[in-house]
Write a protein that binds this ligand. Sequence first.
Ligand SMILES: [Zn+2]
Length: 144
Amino acid sequence: METATYQFSRAIYRELASEIAEDPHRNCPNANHERVLRACEAAMERLATDRHYFAHPTRTLFTDIRAYFPVGAQLRVLRVVQRYMDCADEFIRSRPRTGYDLYGNPLHCRASTRRGTPCQRMPIPETGYCPSHQHLADTEAIAA
Ligand SMILES: [Zn+2]
């Protein structure tokens, strides 16, 4: 599926593609290219749909793909991942509040009601909680 975050995963891949290490004797000589691209796409999708539970996007993606690059390229890989993750994060945060994420899933408050069912109100993007559950974000900040 092509979404707005697709451009960010493609950009990371394009910047790093020439440095991906492949084993030319394998049956699929481009297997690692494919893996890097898929990992970038998965990380961007998670950033767009699950931001509040995705604590370390840059570190997570870097850990997923670093094995496909030679030792000498690691620092550059980390910097490229960091740069595009920051851009994507800012892009996602600056979107108008439509009540849906970039993949068309309706957004809901992260809290549960007293009956234990998920709160159905629209969340504030910065915290993921609706205005009446906003105090939970403050509690989280103290705990962190
Ligand atoms: Zn709520």
